[in-house]
Design a protein. Structure first.
Length: 135
């Protein structure tokens, strides 16, 4: 159906094509044909906002505004402010995970770009004196 979508494939296939991936897994295990369509219901894009610098996550701005955008299905905060974070490398911590779903590719791209622009993690440097964190 497309490129590997990792752990979110169930959600993406359901949103984009109306395919129930979990149900199809069961059909296959029962030696039955899966129910697959290539009819596009929506153009889907996932966003993940990760740390762009090392420090302490102070706040994440713009999530509520992003959630109000047309075509933003969700924008979930995956890490609440407080812990130290590091620059993201593949497989590292995601701060905000979101799904964009729109009737056209162009609308999906505009919504994705606007959501990414709005969601801004505020990361403050870690100052360590005698083992204590000062922020």
């Amino acid at each position: 159906l497309g490129a590997r979508t990792g752990g979110l494939r169930d959600e993406i296939y359901a949103e984009a094509f109306g395919i129930d991936h979990i149900y199809n897994e069961l059909l296959i295990k029962l030696n039955l044909d899966p129910e697959i369509t290539t009819d596009t219901k929506a153009y889907v894009s996932m966003i993940d906002i990760s740390p762009q610098e090392d420090g302490v996550l102070h706040e994440i701005r713009g999530v509520d505004e992003a959630r109000k955008l047309p075509h933003v299905r969700y924008a979930n905060v995956m890490l609440e402010p407080g812990p130290s974070v590091s620059v993201s490398v593949e497989g590292s911590r995601v701060l905000v995970l979101g799904m964009i779903s729109a009737p056209t590719r162009e609308e999906a791209e505009v919504a994705r770009d606007e959501a990414i622009r709005l969601i801004q993690p505020v990361i403050k440097p870690i100052d360590v004196v005698g083992g204590a964190q000062l922020n």
